[in-house]
Design a protein around this ligand. Structure first.
Ligand code: SF4
Length: 702
């Protein structure tokens, strides 16, 4: 770290630093301070997203800063079967560069792959995309947001012409007279956001939740639609059928601001309530009541989560709910709209700036000649040297070690072994690579398999910007310097690019990357050009697009026009299709997976926080008490949950709020408790997002 930045960080360490939580997309504001004994503590601060609240994960985030498991030097393996040993940076980077160059010389650039993460700052995500395309020359870069946000992004882009998770700020939620939360459990995943829903309820608003489980969020709702896993499109089409039948739709809005309505009207005509009930399991009268609550409200929102999205028909599911919002005239108006509740800390920014296989910075498209030329000009390269879109995540991971597939992989901020569906074979595929390089803070289930592990700072040790679920860009500040032998990801990429002989400039410091990054987004859909660090520091963040220094940012999109050239939103008719795997005689139950209050994503961080790990030390299986009784499974008994991919043995947790035909397993653990030993890796045909939310399973006493 240069002397100036180090001095700045050290100076901040003496005082409390205003920053943001390292975990989810709410990006709660927090203060980070060090007491006289040297211990780091978190306190909440009043920021628009959290209004002084934090969840348990945020309160305990500082416990990781001086954790004994932290990696303090690069590690490398002398032989494939040998142990990881400490190494200096020159040796480690030389080893990585030599390996990458050898693979490229022998097998071509497409034998190299990069896998990023939705937790990376915008600066890192941007530089990772540039590194893949210019320094490696490969189009094979994707990230774990493919498992998280891709279906909502694809549906939003198709319907509105712009994908921004929430096209309005959270502050608009209390003003909505009715809200449908489809397949999300924010009361556990991002508890401070519930202040907005509580305010909405307090002023008389109605809340509807669709979820196979009666979650903490569903318990707060006026109406819980406990749908069968995989039937979201049928539910949305059934709601829209009732809205058409009972004249709840808004013909003036449809006429003035949309295209394609007739095809949707024809399709939903066959989703009468009795049929929707047969498919979804939701009583017809509840479907009718929900349609009337949404349709009769003056203002309404539909907020989508991973439930409908993490399916092989995820884009269709999200589209069906968008159709409903549009037909009701509940989009592009104050306190109205469809949006998705993004999960990962930078799930939004992470999909805008180039670490997705088909994207360039500014939400530009790699297959658009004008977009290629715009970014190539900033990078000072010929547009023709930019590779074409490579393989999306699941396809890239399936290709590992296969003829014509990826043989050398660089992973940043992603614990693939835990988070990938149908994960049983992945460790062997990773071990079998010619070269696996992982940038990480800890030895995780994934980095422990690497040939080279490069240690990177934690969120409090470097500056960087994150784009939260509202499209609000916030700036995290360094509260202290990283440990001496820990390099920031941008410095690592810069050093590697130089060793690879890349002629393009690769700034090493995050602030310098941010300056270049803003230029690269200028003129794009997600335009950050006007967001100087000074402006971000003064304001409560800025919403994109923000094209120049005088622009106030854009908290609300679509108020007068949608993002397509004609300014109109697009209806797309969708039918409900079966999930890739439905229950049968051998596997008679549905299995669904998700998050719980105490842990975050693959658990690489939260499983190391003693307070969180003590609260929930291992995975479990939720099952309806009647189903458990019928199978002789008592609370706390160990049960084997099996699918066609594998089996795990977990403690039984009878839960009255779950459907009788459904099991739920949280996905925060690896090893023998990994939920993703069970899940299926079929993908949505448009978003290429895997079906993490639905497969067929059986359960028996272990
Ligand atoms: Fe952190 Fe999300 Fe919890 Fe806020 S809600 S404290 S951002 S994990």
């Amino acid at each position: 770290m240069p002397d100036g930045l180090l001095a700045e960080a050290v100076q901040r360490a003496a005082a409390a630093t205003a920053t943001h939580c390292p975990y989810c997309a709410l990006q709660c504001g927090m203060m980070l301070s060090q007491d006289r004994a040297g211990a780091w503590t978190v306190s909440a601060r009043d920021f628009p997203t959290n209004k002084g609240g934090l969840c348990r994960k945020g309160w305990t985030a500082a416990a990781l800063l001086d954790h004994p498991d932290r990696l303090a030097t690069p590690l490398l393996r002398d032989t494939k079967d040998g142990p990881l040993r400490p190494a200096g940076w020159d040796e480690a980077l030389d080893r990585v560069a030599d390996g990458l160059l050898r693979i490229r010389a022998e097998h071509g650039p497409s034998a190299l792959g990069v896998f990023g993460g939705g937790g990376l700052t915008n600066e890192k995500a941007y530089l990772l995309g540039k590194f893949a395309r210019l320094a490696l020359g490969t189009g094979n870069i994707d990230y774990n947001g493919r498992f998280c946000m891709a279906s909502a992004a694809a549906a939003g882009l198709r319907a509105f012409g712009i994908d921004r998770g929430l096209p309005f700020p959270l502050a608009d939620i209390p003003g909505a007279d009715a809200i449908l939360i489809a397949g999300s459990n924010p009361a556990e995943t991002m508890p401070p956001i519930m202040q907005y829903f509580e305010a909405q309820r307090a002023r008389g608003g109605r809340l509807i939740v669709s979820d196979p489980r009666r979650t903490a969020t569903a318990k707060l709702a006026d109406l819980h639609l406990a749908l069968t896993p995989g039937t979201d499109a049928a539910l949305a089409n059934g709601l829209l059928h009732v809205a058409v039948r009972d004249r709840l739709i808004d013909p003036d809005f449809i006429e003035a601001r949309t295209t394609g309505w007739e095809s949707v009207r024809r399709v939903v005509a066959s989703y009468w309530p009795d049929r929707a009930e047969r498919v979804t399991g939701v009583p017809a009268q509840d479907i009718e009541r929900a349609a009337h609550l949404l349709g009769e409200a003056a203002t309404a929102m539909i907020l989508s989560g991973r439930g409908p999205e993490q399916q092989s028909q995820g884009t269709a599911n999200a589209t069906a709910f968008i159709n409903l919002a549009l037909a009701l005239g509940k989009a592009g108006r104050p306190h109205c709209g469809w949006g998705c509740l993004t999960g990962q800390g930078n799930g939004q920014g992470g999909r805008e700036h180039g670490q997705k296989n088909d994207q360039l910075p500014g939400y530009r498209k790699l297959d658009n000649p004008d977009h290629r030329a715009a970014v190539a000009a900033v990078w000072d390269v010929d547009p023709d040297i930019l590779p074409r879109p490579g393989m999306p995540a699941i396809e890239m991971l399936r290709s590992l070690g296969q003829p014509g597939g990826v043989r050398g992989l660089l992973v940043a901020a992603s614990n693939l072994v835990v988070s990938v569906p149908d994960a049983a074979g992945l460790p062997d595929r990773l071990r079998g690579l010619d070269l696996l390089v992982v940038l990480d803070q800890f030895l995780t289930e994934t980095s422990s398999l690497a040939d080279v592990v490069l240690p990177v700072p934690q969120w409090a040790e470097e500056s960087g910007t994150m784009t939260n679920l509202e499209g609000r860009v916030v700036r995290r500040l360094a509260a202290r310097p990283p440990p001496p032998e820990v390099w920031t990801d941008t410095r690592i990429l810069s050093a590697l690019a130089a060793r690879l002989g890349c002629a393009a400039a690769f700034p090493a410091e995050p602030d310098a990357v941010f300056t270049e990054f803003r230029r690269a987004t200028a003129g794009g859909v997600a335009d950050y050009a006007g967001m100087s660090p000074e402006r971000l520091a003064e304001a409560d963040g800025l919403f994109w697009p923000c094209p120049d220094d005088a622009h106030p940012g854009t908290p609300r999109l679509f108020q007068t026009r949608f993002g397509h050239p004609d300014g109109r939103a697009r209806f797309t008719a969708v039918e409900r299709l079966s999930s890739a795997e439905e229950p049968d005689a051998d596997y008679p139950l549905y299995l669904t997976t998700g998050r719980i209050l105490t842990h975050y994503q693959s658990g690489a961080q939260t499983r190391r926080v003693a307070e969180l790990q003590e609260a929930e030390p291992d995975a479990f299986v939720e099952i309806h008490p009647d189903t458990a009784r019928g199978l002789g499974l008592r609370a706390g008994a160990m049960a084997r949950i099996a699918t066609r991919r594998g089996s795990v043995v977990l403690a039984v947790r009878p839960t009255p709020g779950i459907r009788r035909d459904t099991l739920f397993v949280p996905f925060h653990w690896g090893g023998a408790s990994s939920a993703n030993l069970l899940t299926i890796d079929v993908v949505d045909p448009i978003s290429r997002m895997p079906e993490l939310k639905v497969c067929a399973a059986r359960i028996e006493l272990a």
